[in-house]
Write a protein that binds this ligand. Structure first.
Ligand SMILES: Nc1ncnc2c1ncn2[C@@H]1O[C@H](COP(=O)(O)OP(=O)(O)O)[C@@H](O)[C@H]1O
Ligand SMILES: [Mg+2]
Length: 349
């Protein structure tokens, strides 16, 4: 018999195939709330619907395989639930949802979200990126897909939006659907339904990480995300100035409120210091040296790292190929380090 452990259980369940989707239940993200303790295994299995034959078959196959591996003495509890009950719907295949938030606009939230998505994907993980910033969608420009229009495809009898794929990352932006040059007043219900379409009416498939570039501050989009979706955590982006942090503090406190809780995975200090392109070894701490670290102490969240001010960060974003793609650039290394810390804090969350 194999020693009972969470990993051993997951490995065993990877042999259980959900035939309608042609992959195993772990890869498909159907395994939920796995608890393994002395002689006891319990978990939920998330299905699109409960009244179909695979539900029973998958459940009994899983139980049989677990008994074969860990013996007949263990107690096994498997609870089938629907995607809807889990609040996931089409997001059942998405393992982690990460919201990138900020106190105000212009601090580099989109720059961080885009480069972080690329840095995570460079680690061999599958990544999607949603641009939910209704005030200034920037993903289409940053990924050079301004002229693309996502197609709709039939899925479970409903039309669903197929994300655009660029640099191996699945992308959707509010900018694909509205004319960003026209003024647009976003009333609450409109903002909410925009987010629901990007998250819930799209065909995200199986993803390790879905990164969401959120609008700055606090508003209807933040509320909807916290209340209707199961978000792994939020990453706060700030610049080193104290006035920027005052706004960040307010936004962070919103996520800490009861009922709204989205765990704060950590803080990224963008524009932490200036590196002139003709003197790449110089660092000028224009706004102070360790403000980011101090801010994260105040918030009580991990410090995920610093990104310098480098003109190529802006230029590469404008040119549609974010700097994290350029393995030789030191800033790509900085984003790789941040990505590592994010993955680490997700593991511990
Ligand atoms: N670290 C950086 N170095 C240089 N320019 C940056 C950096 N971060 C962001 N920028 C630039 O600053 C502007 C605002 O960044 P953006 O990511 O759009 O902010 P936000 O999404 O918070 O409004 C953009 O032109 C972007 O290219
Ligand atoms: Mg932005």
């Amino acid at each position: 018999m194999t020693q009972l452990s969470k990993q051993a259980v997951i490995d065993t369940l990877k042999e259980v195939i959900y035939f309608p989707k042609g992959d195993n239940i772990v890869n498909l993200g159907m395994l939920d709330a796995l608890e393994v303790s002395d002689g006891k295994i319990s978990f939920r299995l998330v299905f699109p619907k409960l009244d179909e034959p695979p539900v029973r078959i998958v459940g009994s196959t899983a139980e049989k395989m677990l008994r074969e591996r860990f013996g007949n003495d263990i107690s096994i509890e498997i609870v089938p639930i629907t995607e809807k009950e889990k609040g996931l719907g089409p997001l059942a295949g998405v393992r982690n949802i990460i919201a990138v938030v900020s106190g105000k606009g212009g601090v580099g939230k989109s720059t961080v979200a885009a480069n972080l998505a690329i840095a995570i994907s460079k680690k061999g993980l599958s990544v999607g990126l949603i641009d939910a910033d209704i005030y200034g969608p920037s993903v289409p420009v940053m990924f050079g897909v301004v002229d693309e229009m996502p197609e709709a495809r039939e899925r479970n009898g409903k039309p669903s939006i197929v994300p655009i794929e660029r640099y191996g990352i699945k992308l959707l932006s509010i900018g694909f659907f509205v004319d960003v040059t026209k003024p647009l007043v976003w009333r609450g219900p409109m903002a909410t339904s925009a987010l629901n379409q990007l998250l819930g009416d799209a065909d995200w498939g199986v993803l390790d990480y879905l990164v969401i570039d959120m609008p700055p501050g606090t508003g209807d989009i933040q509320l909807t995300l916290a209340q209707s979706y199961s978000v792994t955590g939020a990453i706060v982006v700030t610049t080193p100035q104290k006035v920027a942090f005052a706004d960040v503090h307010r936004a962070a406190n919103m996520f800490k409120q009861e009922k709204l809780t989205i765990p704060l995975l950590g803080l990224i200090e963008n524009m932490a210091y200036f590196v002139p392109s003709d003197l790449p070894d110089r660092k000028y701490y224009i706004f102070g040296r360790s403000n980011g670290e101090r801010f994260s102490e105040v918030l009580g969240v991990p410090f995920l790292g610093q990104i310098p001010i480098v003109d190529q960060i802006a230029a590469s974003g404008d040119a549609g190929s974010p700097i994290a793609l350029d393995d030789n650039h030191p800033v790509a290394k900085a984003f790789a380090d941040v990505a590592e810390k994010v993955i680490e804090s997700v593991k511990n969350s």
